[in-house]
Design a protein around this ligand. Structure first.
Ligand code: FES
Length: 165
């Protein structure tokens, strides 16, 4: 009977791997240190002020690549953060997160209505300041800070949303 049991459950204690308390504590110390280093790196990468968060500047496009009354998409600060750059009908530049604050559908520029529109639930935002004009979105669109550098438009940060102040 014992032989049959060993055959079915061949446990060899010599080769079995135990995690000692010391090894576990060492792992936890390293993991905590890694998190601390990651947080410090993030703090250096993003420089917060009272009303904005500066990220590394990123070129979006040349000024002559967008006509008045049109827009183009870009990502900032991460490759997964969808944004929209607008040159309004007056020729002024604006940029916002492209994710609707309701359920994250991408918004589109409607120059004739001077707004950003979300087709998912009929939401709309002002292109002046990103505030909600209609529909279920609970918050304004986050504004992307941009600069004109010579003949190029650059993203330089993200304005802190008022509802998070
Ligand atoms: S996802 Fe935009 S209004 Fe619902």
């Amino acid at each position: 009977m014992e032989d049959k049991l060993r055959e079915d459950f061949p446990i060899d204690w010599e080769e079995d791997h135990f995690v000692s308390r010391r090894e576990f504590l060492r792992f936890m110390t390293l993991a905590s240190g890694g998190l601390a280093v990651g947080s410090a790196a993030l703090a250096v990468w993003s420089r917060k002020t009272n009303d904005s968060i500066a990220f590394d500047a990123m070129r979006i496009c040349r000024v002559d690549e967008v006509n008045a009354g049109s827009a183009r998409g870009f990502t900032y600060p991460r490759p997964t953060d969808l944004c929209i750059l607008i040159k309004d009908t007056e020729g002024e530049w604006k940029a916002y997160s492209r994710r609707c604050t309701h359920l994250s559908c991408p918004v589109s520029y409607e120059p004739d209505k001077h707004r950003l529109y979300c087709p998912c639930h009929n939401g709309a935002f002002s292109i002046e300041d990103g505030r909600v004009l209609q529909g279920p979105p609970p918050h304004p669109l986050p504004k992307i800070l941009i600069e004109t550098r010579g003949e190029e438009i650059w993203a330089v940060g993200v304005a802190k949303a008022e509802h998070l102040s």
